[in-house]
Design a binder for this molecule. Sequence first.
Ligand SMILES: [Zn+2]
Length: 395
Amino acid sequence: MILRDVTLVDGGEAHRGAVAVDTESGTITAVGDADDVTAAADGPAVSLPGYSVLPGLVDAHIHYSLSGERSVEDVVGMTDAELALAEARNARKTLEAGITGVRAMGARDVDPHVRDAIEAGDIPGPRTVANCRSITITGGHGHHLGREITGPNDARRAVREQTKRGAEFIKFMTTGGVTTPGTDPDAVAMTYAEIDALVDEAHRQGVHAATHVHGAEGAKAAIRAGVDTVEHGTFLDDEAVELFLEHDVTLVPTLSAPYYIVRNMEMATEESARKTRHVYERHIQSFEKALDAGVRIAGGTDAGTPFNYHGANASEVEFMANYGMAPAEAIRAMTETAAAVVGLDGSGTLEAGTYADLLLVEGDVTDDLTLLNNPTAVLKGGEVVAGAVPGASDE
Ligand SMILES: [Zn+2]
């Protein structure tokens, strides 16, 4: 199938052209000038002027285990069977909304099974890089579903447990969080020895290390320890931003997370509302500071956190653009950059030989990013998994 005369949005740019998809191999076979692509590729061509084609979105930070509940306490009592079914539902919603790749940030030990079921074609979902349990101090942020540690030796053991069960990266909580009662988002919760041990052991096991951080001191400690991605980065100062650049670390700002709590303040728990009021403005300033300095930024939503529902992920692109990114650059942050950072090879770009994971959107998305919320068709591996391609036959 050839989609021609469309606006192709890729690599931070937009231009007119065509993309050819091989449904057998599930890959893109040609991309570029509409006449050249149509001449070179097999299969029927559909002319869709007025439509945009871009790579399927890649969300670098989601929680299949959470479904936007007001409090994580609502999830704690679920059995593994209930959790697995909720995760399968959330994976389907995510894919149907046009997110064809994700990094799942972990919950008990269910995520690798969900990943494997998606890969086997047993359940619909995005290409998934999975983790097991987030690692946190005893009683720390996310302890309800996480692996609590005390001391550097226990930190190493915790990393080995996760990789043994199929984790493709390690997530740990350097600071407290907004949604866990009694933890302080600004304070460094772990000891430096624990942080060093976690990152070192992750790299020994051949996986990358991601850390949840709000306060600047936590970001600095994790970056100095060699962490690969910093999640949230809510209160970054100049020194922290310098360290991102010096150590080539990626920021996943998750602007959606505080936005949805602030917007639903009257329904949030008293503690998470109070903490979020304090963080929201500073979070945006922190994002702007990192963007201005040239820190690499990958789009991630923290989907599943309170009122931050699976399927609304595309709003993160809009938020990043609202706070300073050019529209095509914001799309790049949540396609190419996110895919590269989380290790989803062959995703996130429109290039011959890569997966035909595509969004077809009516209108010019670089003029109006809200169009991303309603794709006309979502393709994963060349197959239409949501919506339909206008004018294409059913075969
Ligand atoms: Zn998260």
